[in-house]
Ligand binder design. Sequence first.
Ligand code: PLP
Length: 217
Amino acid sequence: MSLAEVTQALNDAVETACRAPGDVALIAVSKVQPDERVDAVLAEGHRLFGENKVQEAAGKWPAFRERYNGIILHLIGPLQTNKARQAMELFDVIQTLDRPKLANIFARLIGEGLDCPDLMIQVNTGAEPQKAGVLPDDADDFIAECRDLGLPIIGVMCIPPADEDPVPHFKLLKDIAERNALHEISMGMSADFEQAVACGATCVRVGSAIFGERDYG
Ligand SMILES: *Cc1c(COP(=O)(O)O)cnc(C)c1O
């Protein structure tokens, strides 16, 4: 596919779901992609991107920001506490707040005067041991705890288990968002963004369908 084709498919899914045009933001996931491909998508006018590693984002986005105005960058991968400060400086939104230790560090850095990006809580909807995220049963308490710390929590995100029907996971995340009065719901990737839109996603994270397969070689 391409940016134009994914945009079209997203618009179709939004219409099918009887949702308003513009209800769902397309985050182009540029991790591991060569700079030329990212540049081509920027040149087409796209401005919303996701990266999953702080180091990788630090190596490429400052230069893109010098050349293109209006870039909005989301962190969608796990964040180590020793990179929290750098992440706060690099990203406009951090989607992967998932533990009290990280929440406390954000609160401390805000106290030191750092601007805090908007934050989202990652929920491990499949309770997979190897995956980051708070467990669904702990989500309400963790969200309340983060709010008590004064953190700017705007939403939730999930990455369903690779080998399962994602729909129950999308519904679970939507429920958590609703009962905590959180507007932003980040779910859906190349293979399942249309289903995520039907389940209430407000942003989808699409990589390979826009840029082509990632070459980890
Ligand atoms: C890589 C990644 C994506 C995009 O995956 P595709 O299948 O290439 O669309 C979405 N979300 C997260 C958290 C990712 O790490």
